[in-house]
Design a protein around this ligand. Structure first.
Ligand SMILES: Cc1cc2nc3c(=O)[nH]c(=O)nc-3n(C[C@H](O)[C@H](O)[C@H](O)COP(=O)(O)OP(=O)(O)OC[C@H]3O[C@@H](n4cnc5c(N)ncnc54)[C@H](O)[C@@H]3O)c2cc1C
Ligand code: SF4
Length: 544
């Protein structure tokens, strides 16, 4: 606990900056880009490293094994010294992330849907949760700018969305996509080629996708738009400083309840003070509440920016059942971008289904040989001994796999706290989550599993099975410092500024009011660009 006025410990003090961004992931990169050109001195502190493309698992034959080691999506299993542990024992869903330049985009699958207009108005439309204080149209220009910066493959004209133009042609449907499309046509259900932030043509100095392999553990080709290769090179050229291996411990404040900077550990482990005029949190839906709670002081005893008591609450993780089935012919397997198309048939509320809100169905290409073997040793479809190879041949590269991206609604008891015992390698308390899946979401999951099964059966798949217990969350960490107009029911205002600390902003997924049924990064980044623009427009009066 420390406020700047009672910082008794002597520690090196760095030169003051105008803007300090904590975290270099999807939102940190975007907000930095939004602020360049202002002549502000901008610094980003990131606890992780730059990741060299040569180090990505896709370069080697052991790529699947490394997904369970140094490129595991769980920070607890990956356990690099740049990771912090997350106690997720009290949650059916486990946290997935990546800590390094690029944040989660290093490991993301690059599926790039926008939120739908209805997602911003769930209270008005469905009588649940809260409406956002902004709408789709507020973010529209920022979606477009973000698409230009990231590069998005897709096909204009999806009737599920307001009109917009992806920047590159769609990823080819391939054998798997064609198989799904035929099945969906038979059922008469909506489908459309997915928007994916993967280069299908040379784009902004990036090479195009050559179907090297599964994109999730990093793309060595540079076709996948992780922000270390999209935003950051431009942001750095514009004069922003990015310091890696710098882990922020807490945000300090003065007697006027203004942020004064941060205490952080530099790469040698030395504790330093970085003064700043403006502090922007971009540490994601777990890292941000963790830091705010760890910044409690005599003036902010319940954690910084927490007069509403909502810091850490309303955690949303997107439960994501998957349904698989096997067809007779060989499909794409792990070759090429993982998701090729989506269906929005069940996205909007239909009261007759017994739940509110809805889900996107996402159609995957398949999986790699090791994952196929491990899964089916578990399902009993792959016997040891005689018949092993024969059975394996009927599975390998023959799997269709449909993900059900469910919207979970905000509930205050789903929350991030500080673990009283567990700490990271610098002794900072770890995050601890407490999360349950609601009845509404469970009903939605069952509905989605049933529809996905119908699709697979229409595709001729046999041996269908559903993974209901989603062990790893899809890495969507949302809602824990939500935006709103009323300081009693929200943490930041409608343009990302803390209600309590006037020079503190949040731009990551924490500020989401509801979660939609889509992967969040496109909207997270549009929001970060919008907050940057709001700061720019109000610079003269920011602290009045
Ligand atoms: C396996 C996986 C697959 C995914 N697939 C998709 C997908 O297909 N589509 C999609 O839209 N989204 C996907 N996501 C989610 C996507 O990665 C996140 O939505 C996005 O990265 C969130 O951006 P962010 O800026 O909020 O946080 P992050 O990108 O997580 O960045 C936060 C950064 O802050 C840093 N940080 C945290 N605390 C501190 C501290 N104390 N000091 C210094 N630095 C700190 C972290 O090291 C990290 O680099 C996936 C995620 C994972 C893990
Ligand atoms: S499939 Fe394409 S985008 Fe994915 S890792 Fe391979 S080259 Fe990169």
């Amino acid at each position: 606990m420390a406020a700047a006025e009672d910082l008794a410990v002597p520690r090196p003090v760095d030169e003051i900056v105008d803007v300090l961004i904590i975290g270099s992931g999807a939102s940190g990169a975007a907000v930095a880009w939004g602020l360049v050109g202002t002549r502000l001195k901008i610094l980003c502190l990131e606890q992780g490293d730059w990741i060299k493309p040569a180090d990505f698992p896709a370069n080697g034959r052991d790529w699947e094994a490394r997904r369970y080691a140094d490129f595991d999506i769980s920070p607890n299993r990956r356990a690099r010294d740049t990771d912090y542990p997350v106690n997720d024992d009290n949650s059916p869903m486990k946290v997935a992330n990546f800590n390094g330049v690029g944040g989660g985009t290093i490991l993301f699958t690059a599926h790039f849907p926008r939120m739908h207009p209805s997602d911003f108005r769930v209270r008005t439309l469905d009588g649940v949760a809260e409406d956002w204080p902004i709408d789709y149209w507020t973010l529209e220009p920022y979606f477009t700018e973000n698409d230009r910066m990231m590069g998005v493959a897709g096909l204009a004209g999806d009737p599920a969305y307001p009109a917009h133009e992806p920047t590159m042609p769609p990823v080819p449907l391939g054998r798997s996509g064609t198989c799904y499309a035929r099945a969906l046509n038979k059922l008469g259900w909506h489908w459309w080629p997915s928007e994916i932030s993967i280069a299908t043509s040379e784009y902004d100095g990036r090479a195009k996708c050559i179907n090297l392999g599964h994109c999730t553990p990093g793309c060595a080709q540079g076709a996948k738009a992780s922000v270390d290769i999209t935003y950051w090179p431009r942001v750095l050229r514009a004069g922003v400083e990015l310091r890696t291996r710098c882990r922020v411990r807490e945000i300090t404040t003065n007697k006027h309840d203004m942020a004064t900077g941060v205490i952080y550990y530099d790469p040698t482990g030395t504790e330093r003070f970085q003064p700043a005029e403006i502090v922007i949190l971009a540490a994601n839906g777990i890292g941000t509440p963790r830091l705010l709670l760890n910044s409690a002081s005599s003036r902010f005893p319940n954690g910084l920016a927490n007069s509403s008591g909502l810091v850490g609450r309303n955690l949303m993780l997107h439960p994501w059942p998957q349904v698989s089935g096997y067809v007779a012919e060989e499909l794409d397997g792990d070759r090429g971008p993982q998701t090729v198309m989506w269906s929005k048939e069940f996205y909007e509320t239909d009261a007759s289904r017994g739940f509110v809100r809805g889900y996107t169905l996402q159609f995957g290409r398949g999986t790699g040989p090791v994952n196929e073997a491990i899964t089916n040793l578990g399902t009993g479809r792959l016997p040891w001994g005689r018949g092993h190879h024969r059975a394996y041949r009927t599975l390998m590269y023959r799997r269709l796999l449909v993900g059900v991206a469910c919207e979970d609604l905000p509930e205050e008891h789903n929350r991030v706290m500080l673990d009283p015992v567990l700490k990271d390698s610098h002794g900072i308390p770890a995050a601890m989550i407490d999360y349950t899946i609601s009845e509404n979401t469970r009903a939605m999951m069952e509905h989605g599993i049933a529809r996905a099964t119908e699709i697979l059966e229409a595709a001729g798949a046999k041996n269908t099975f559903a993974s209901r217990i989603v062990l790893n969350s899809p890495g969507h960490l949302l809602g824990t410092a939500r935006m709103g107009i009323d300081p009693a029911t929200s943490v930041v205002n409608e343009w990302g500024r803390s209600h309590d600390v006037k020079n503190l902003f949040i731009v990551d997924g924490s500020i989401w009011v509801t979660s939609g049924g889509v992967n969040p990064t496109s909207t997270i980044q549009a929001l970060a660009l919008y907050v940057a623009d709001s700061i720019k427009q109000r610079l003269a009066t920011l602290f009045d």
